[in-house]
Ligand binder design. Sequence first.
Ligand SMILES: [Zn+2]
Length: 139
Amino acid sequence: MTLRGGCLCGAVRFIYDGPLGEELGAVTVCFCSQCRKAQGFGAAVAPALAAGFSITSSAETVTEYESSPGKVRAFCGRCGAPLYSRRDASPAVLRLRLGALDDVPAGLRIEAQIFTEEAPEWTSFAESPRYGGLEPGRS
Ligand SMILES: [Zn+2]
């Protein structure tokens, strides 16, 4: 199944054909301080095969930032939307940001929360009420 995705502004588009998670590893939310700075909250990430990933539009707009030695985070240079990260040490695997996918396969779930020891208390929200739109009192 070919998955499609892209950035917020629509400049960068990609396709992906291959497993998401599964034998490549767990689908996670990472609460490390770098992911919080890069993405505003935890990063929802699925390991994917680099060989199955192709940027189909505006590849020149994709900006890569080496956030730690040998680890690169890629995002749209126009809108800032996170796309994937990769490590020099494991070039066959990309870590796709789930939010960049137009549709995530049915049944895919976050399987683990990682770096929770770095997560501040405010990131725990499981007990918060859920609303289909804005919270009451805000328009
Ligand atoms: Zn963009």
